[in-house]
Design a protein around this ligand. Structure first.
Ligand code: UDP
Ligand code: MG
Length: 136
């Protein structure tokens, strides 16, 4: 049975800065994702703090929010069968050094903080994150 889902993907500042957005978008479309909506934007630190509030108790929270707001990002609404898990798999592990071959983070990630992409981690968070960028 098919289970079409939508998930939120962000091409983070380190990747946009290196002009990798077309290569990364091609990895998504080559892997069966359709890009239902997308925009290139720069968010404020306050918006980044809201977006990443699940991590507010973590030691890396402040740097993470500064980083996400440090330059342009590309946010995309991706659709595919089981999109949330499929996107997590295509992204690879949070730390690019631990990411499998063939994943976006293995190919393009620089470090655990500059790991090129974000992807929603659950159906519930995908809805919240898509609303955050596209339905506000
Ligand atoms: N992060 C970091 N240091 C860490 C763990 C995470 O800078 O020790 C950053 C990293 O950019 C990651 C983001 O915080 O993508 C969110 O962390 P999460 O655990 O949700 O990883 P993800 O879902 O992005 O794989
Ligand atoms: Mg996460």
């Amino acid at each position: 049975m098919s289970n079409i889902e939508q998930t939120l993907s962000i091409i983070k500042p380190d990747a946009v800065e290196r002009n990798l957005q077309d290569d990364i978008k091609k990895m998504f479309t080559d892997n069966g994702f359709s890009i239902k909506d997308e925009k290139k934007i720069q968010i404020s630190k306050t918006e980044a703090e809201e977006f990443y509030k699940v991590h507010q108790s973590k030691p890396f929270y402040n740097d993470l929010c500064s980083y996400l707001s440090s330059g342009p990002i590309v946010v995309m609404k991706l659709e595919k069968d089981n999109a949330i898990i499929a996107n997590r798999k295509l992204m690879g592990a949070t730390d690019p050094l631990k990411a499998d071959n063939g994943t976006i983070r293995k190919k393009y990630g620089i470090s655990i903080d500059k790991n090129s992409v974000h992807g929603s981690d659950s159906v519930e968070n995908a809805k919240i994150e898509i609303d955050f960028f596209f339905n506000s």
